[in-house]
Design a protein. Structure first.
Length: 295
């Protein structure tokens, strides 16, 4: 460092799985002093070779830096790793995948131990870390002041998106987007199953499927959001609920004819029928969202 070069924020990182290692590597490459700890010490060797300091205990790692980033298996692992560790004055950023309720409880837990807390939901896989053009980012929620203080450091591995003061919002955004992803995967799996036994090249079919999903998903998501906000499910509907429900037997019959289980489609079709029973046939599919709420 020269007199005119700002010092990089030291970071302590707990958890060196594939994601933790990728995060640590990018901080090291960017010049951030890095202290690491992992329950299995062998996992620290690669980062040690790149300049990281390896702590012999979680407590030792925490003591090394004001900024503490945790990327462990689950919420129980966070509690176990930090049990009895002095967190007074620390800034705890938890990137462990948890539920919103666990994130909120962990925020209270951290604050009771004298730490400031920020929760994160990682929207990336390890190969996307340190590659800005890959588009990965992390949702953050909790203290806005804390987020702004460490924003530049947190943005080194992947982008950052602050989603609110409620500590549970990062986890909620994370799981909501991933849930949609699995629904998309389910539809794609059914589509590939339909052509599986035919003389149709799945590689040639894939671009058609990807283009169609993209063309339908983007506008549908935005339209559903607008309808949920204003409560109008019927204005300017192109394919109404009654028409779509009437068409579902064709999809089920095709699946049967192709020797494909309808188990990925049938639950959604049943929700569509239930909505038709209690709503209007002139609606679009937005009302299905309301059926999923309980309590």
């Amino acid at each position: 460092m020269t007199a005119n070069t700002p010092e990089k924020t030291p970071v302590t990182l707990l958890g060196l799985g594939a994601m933790g290692t990728a995060l640590g590597r990018t901080w090291l490459a960017a010049g951030h002093p890095l202290t690491v700890w992992n329950r299995s010490p062998a996992r620290a060797e690669a980062l040690a070779a790149e300049g990281a300091k390896v702590a012999g205990s979680a407590a030792g790692a925490v003591a090394a830096s004001a900024l503490l980033v945790v990327c462990l298996l689950d919420d129980d692992s966070v509690g176990a790793a930090l049990d009895g560790v002095d967190l007074t004055g620390k800034d705890l950023v938890n990137l462990t995948t948890t539920t919103p309720a666990q994130a909120r409880a962990r925020a209270v837990w951290a604050e009771a131990r004298g730490a400031r807390y920020l929760d994160g939901g990682i929207m990336a896989v390890p190969p996307m870390v340190g590659v800005p053009e890959a588009g990965g980012y992390v949702f953050y929620s909790g203290s806005r002041e804390l987020f702004e203080l460490h924003r530049a450091t947190l943005a080194v591995p992947v982008g950052t998106r602050y989603v609110g003061a409620d500590a549970g919002f990062a986890a909620l955004h994370d799981v909501a987007l991933l849930s949609a992803m699995y629904g998309m995967f389910a539809g794609a799996a059914h589509a590939f199953a339909l052509i599986r036994r035919e003389d149709i090249d799945p590689v040639a079919f894939a671009p058609l499927l990807g283009e169609w999903i993209g063309a339908m998903a983007g506008p549908a998501v935005r339209q559903t959001a607008a309808r949920l906000k204003d409560g109008d499910y019927t204005t300017d509907v192109v394919s109404n609920l009654a028409m779509q429900v009437a068409g579902t037997p064709t999809f089920l019959a095709t699946a049967e004819g192709q020797g494909v289980s309808p188990e990925l489609l049938r639950p959604y079709f049943e929700l569509m029928r239930r909505r038709l029973d209690v709503g209007s046939g002139e609606e679009d599919l937005t009302g299905v969202v309301d059926l999923l709420l309980f309590g």
